[in-house]
Design a protein around this ligand. Structure first.
Ligand code: NAD
Ligand code: UDP
Length: 355
């Protein structure tokens, strides 16, 4: 870690002895300026690594880099590059001695992927090919990959463990499956290669400092940003997609996981990476919460009103999806610590700080 780094008093897990710690090495975060990547950068740094971001800012804001610097009390290095650009990727790895890559860069909007499947393949799948080729040129052999529970398709059984059948129900999900298969081939193509594909359930919330969080550009895709928009009065009501699902209150159930817990799962994966070939591990809490559970927790914790109306079911939705997170506990020594109340409180604090 660079000299002069210091905890600035904000609420994060930054060790106070940081300025005396030597860096354990550089972790390159593709897509590091995004919602999840920015939180991983904080936790990676807190664990003694030096995060370097690489991002083309297609779905994130440049100001995230400054806010991360403010949060960490030191400047954060960010390489502006597109993972699909061979020259840029070669230059990035040529200028930086990278210990491991956390590969988050990707497009993630399911609806957009249905409209533009070629774009999703090019950005996510071909982009990963270019990234791996650049890593090969300089001998970087470790990767933690942002996969998703979408690789399980429509749940056949609950909770979902890693042996659940795989299927892609949209082009976005297909890109995650394609990349996991590509990584199987990559680890077999050379010695000493290590990959952990982390299959995220539903990341929400924000850092407790409220300096970083989820700020989707344009119309959001996921539940929590819509809840926040309704609470802010930017939308009159939340449309709840189906009130007659076979769940405890009729609304869809998901496994929401606090983004800081999720980020810490990546640090745990980095620590175990050298004992892996290519492992797939769920990151979830194991607890299902319905849409109305989220709405009620949000209103109770934040004193805000979230009017809602039951609408028709959304095409392609499942009644319920939640993880069996026990492999993460056994293999990574990781389990989620934060609950739904923390998630809705931190999501709202971040939204309010945005003004
Ligand atoms: P995000 O959109 O906030 O972050 C993605 C980042 O990648 C952005 O900063 C974007 O600018 C960057 N990026 C995209 N394409 C790029 C390219 N070609 N070159 C360089 N940078 C590029 O999304 P997020 O929620 O932080 O998601 C991060 C990763 O986690 C994605 O791969 C996503 O598929 C995966 N994931 C997210 C969720 C979720 O619900 N948020 C769930 C499961 C998996
Ligand atoms: N949902 C909803 N209204 C919205 C957005 C989402 O009722 O405006 C529901 C959705 O049907 C699902 C849950 O909220 O039951 C989580 O949806 P999200 O898109 O965030 O995650 P995913 O379905 O991809 O797991």
């Amino acid at each position: 870690m660079e000299d002069g780094a210091a905890f600035n008093g904000l609420s994060c897990s930054w060790p106070t002895t940081l300025h005396t710690m030597a860096s354990r090495g550089i972790i390159l975060l593709t897509g590091g300026a995004g919602f999840i990547g920015s939180h991983i950068a904080v936790e990676v740094a807190a664990a003694g690594w030096t995060p370097v971001l690489l991002d083309n800012f297609c779905t994130s804001e440049r100001s995230v880099v400054d806010r991360l610097g403010e949060l960490m009390g030191m400047p954060v290095r960010c390489i502006e590059a597109d993972i699909r650009h061979e020259g840029a990727m070669r230059a990035a790895f040529g200028s930086t001695a990278v210990h491991a890559v956390i590969h988050l860069a990707g497009l993630k909007a399911v609806g957009e992927s249905v409209e533009k499947p070629e774009l999703y393949h090019d950005n996510n799948v071909r982009g990963t090919e270019v990234l791996l080729a650049a890593m090969d040129e300089v001998g970087v052999r470790r990767m933690v990959f942002s996969s998703s529970c979408t690789v399980y398709g429509t749940p056949q059984r609950l909770p979902i463990d890693e042996s659940h059948p795989l299927s892609a129900i949209n082009p976005y999900g297909q890109t995650k499956l394609d990349i996991e298969h590509m990584l199987d081939r990559w680890v077999d193509a050379g010695p000493d290669r290590h990959v952990c594909s982390l299959r995220y359930f539903n990341p929400v919330g924000a850092h407790a400092s409220a300096l970083i969080g989820e700020s989707p550009l344009g119309i959001p895709n996921n539940l929590m940003p819509f809840v926040v928009m309704v609470a802010r009065g930017e939308l009159p009501e939340l449309g709840v997609f189906g009130g007659d699902w076979p769940t405890h209150d009729g609304t869809g159930v998901r496994d929401y996981i606090h983004v800081v817990d999720l980020a810490r799962g990546h640090v745990a994966a980095l620590d175990q990476l050298d004992s892996m070939h290519h492992e797939r591990i769920n990151l979830g809490t194991g607890m299902g919460a319905s849409v109305l559970d989220v709405v009620h927790a949000f209103e109770r914790m934040n004193g805000a009103k979230v009017p809602y109306a039951i609408r028709p079911r959304r095409a392609g939705d499942a009644a319920a999806a939640y993880a069996d997170p026990s492999l993460a506990e056994r293999r990574l020594g990781w389990r989620a610590q934060l609950g739904l109340d923390d998630m809705v409180r931190d999501a709202w604090s971040f939204a309010q700080r945005q003004g």
